[in-house]
Design a protein around this ligand. Structure first.
Ligand code: URP
Ligand code: ZN
Ligand code: ZN
Length: 474
């Protein structure tokens, strides 16, 4: 009998810290050897000319999330994780949203029903807390955190999710007590409401005005407020989907003061601008790019790269949140034709994240290949309690691996995507570098643009407490 179930031969292994030539031996779904030359396994994959990297971990995706009356998300677990593995990912962390008035535990169980038997890659859940009642904060949340749902998101905007300052403080205090990492959506509710009413009164209702209704100052103010609340309670926080310089500088300022404030940015903030929301001619096609915070301008791309390069951001995610464009349940729902405020917020992107960051980051010389691995895999695992099971090529890790062709040129286009959406916001973008094979726990799940894994092979991941969520104790 062979020592290994699988040997990946002759590739260049990339971790968040090192680059070296090695064979990788897999047994029982885990990496059991990394060495210059390994003996034969039951199976071999020739990786010469390819990079051998840990599978992507996308810690910010939305799947099967209720999105308001008459609106339906375009991906559930089947299509969303299919798209994820085709794009070189092996783990996703979607959100289990608590509708107001509902029990958080019951909401989590509903998401498990959606995911069970449907996923092509491994997954865990962040929680979304919309109704922090005394019983949620006193019992449900701490119990769920110790059951492996060790992070949750709170919102400073959206009618059906916004928490006021008092509630934010109470939730932060709960997180501190139970060791959870809090992710914060930083945009100011009242300022957006005010701007929206003024714009609508002036007849400015096209999708483009979504971006005008929530300018950077609105994100900056909320980011500062979240940081201040975190400091008051001594709770580490992760500011998600940062769009430009203003919020990035708030996070940098907090980090320089020694606060445990972390940052995430996303593909759209180095590739899209508010002008994309103008559509073809200030028309409804701009709705394809409506997401929050909105994409800004090219100067903001530079600011985001600065934040990536200087370590302000630990994670680069997709914020995959897909809706159909050509559908009455999606971007073109009947109300959306009357005002930008009804266009569902979110864009698809889980499949395009790795190729875009590789191409714009590594190939164009903005980041190293090791930083690429950190930003797309290792740091997500460390931040969200999955390390050392996930996020690296090393002995003992799950054999979650992407084989990457660094020279392959591709054009991102809807025709080759595997998501449930009917468009990609990155249509026509030329990239260099492409995932040619994805392995989940040693099994090939995607190869040459085809998903070959079994539906249901993806497992639920019970996560540890994040070491990054420990209060600083001063
Ligand atoms: O527009 C976006 N990003 N929708 C997804 C929900 C969120 O706030 O992450
Ligand atoms: Zn958000
Ligand atoms: Zn999101």
């Amino acid at each position: 009998m062979s020592e290994f179930d699988l040997v990946i031969r002759g590739g260049k292994v990339i971790t968040a810290s090192d680059t070296f030539r090695a064979d990788v031996g897999v047994r029982g779904g885990r990496i059991v050897a990394v060495a210059e030359k390994l003996t034969d396994g039951a199976r071999a994959i020739d990786a010469s000319g390819l990079l051998v990297m840990p599978g992507g971990i996308d810690s910010h995706v939305h799947l099967a999330q209720p999105s308001g009356p008459g609106v339906k998300m375009a991906d559930g677990f089947e299509t969303g994780t299919r798209s994820a593995v085709a794009g070189g990912n092996t783990t996703v962390l979607p959100f289990a949203l608590q509708p107001r008035g509902a029990s958080l535990r019951a909401s989590v169980m509903d998401y498990h029903k959606e995911a069970d038997g449907n996923a092509y890659c491994d997954y865990g859940f962040h929680l979304i807390v919309t109704d922090p009642t005394p019983s949620v904060l006193g019992q449900e949340l701490p119990a769920l955190v110790s059951d492996g749902y060790s992070s949750f998101k709170v919102f400073m905007t959206y009618d059906d999710m916004v928490l006021n300052d008092r509630q934010l403080l109470e939730v932060f205090e709960c997180a501190r007590g139970c060791g959870a990492l809090v992710m914060v959506h930083c945009e100011g509710y009242d300022a957006i409401k005010f701007m929206t009413q003024r714009l609508e009164a002036a007849g400015k209702t096209a999708p483009y005005y979504h971006a005008v209704s929530r300018p950077e100052v609105v994100e900056r103010e909320a980011t500062h407020r979240a940081i201040s609340h975190g400091e008051l309670i001594d709770t580490p926080i992760m500011i998600v989907h940062v769009s430009g310089r203003e919020a990035m500088e708030q996070i940098r300022w907090a980090q320089q003061r020694g606060l445990k404030v972390y940052g995430e940015t996303c593909t759209q903030y180095v590739t899209l601008t508010a002008d994309d929301l103008k559509g073809l001619n200030m028309d409804e096609t701009g709705g394809k790019y409506v997401c929050s915070p909105p994409p800004r301008d090219r100067a903001s791309w530079d600011a985001i790269w600065e934040g990536i390069r200087t370590g302000v951001f630990q994670t680069f995610s997709s914020d995959h949140c897909p809706f159909l464009y050509e559908s009455g349940e999606g971007k073109l729902n009947p109300k959306a034709r009357t005002s930008f405020k009804w266009v569902p917020n979110g864009i698809p992107g889980v499949e395009a994240r790795l190729p875009i960051l590789y191409s714009k980051g590594v190939v164009e010389g903005r980041i190293t290949i090791n930083e690429f691995v950190a930003l797309t895999s290792t740091n997500h695992a460390k931040m969200y309690g999955l390390y050392p099971q996930k996020g690296a090529i090393g002995v003992g890790f799950d054999a979650d691996i992407v084989l990457w062709d660094p020279n392959r040129r591709e054009t991102i286009r809807q025709a080759i995507m595997h998501h449930g959406a009917d468009y990609t916001p990155y249509e026509g973008m030329a990239v260099t570098g492409w995932p040619v094979m994805t392995l989940l726990r040693g099994e090939v799940v995607a190869e040459d643009g085809k998903v070959v894994g079994a539906k249901g092979a993806g497992r639920f991941l019970k996560r540890e407490l994040s070491p990054f969520a420990r209060p600083s104790g001063h």
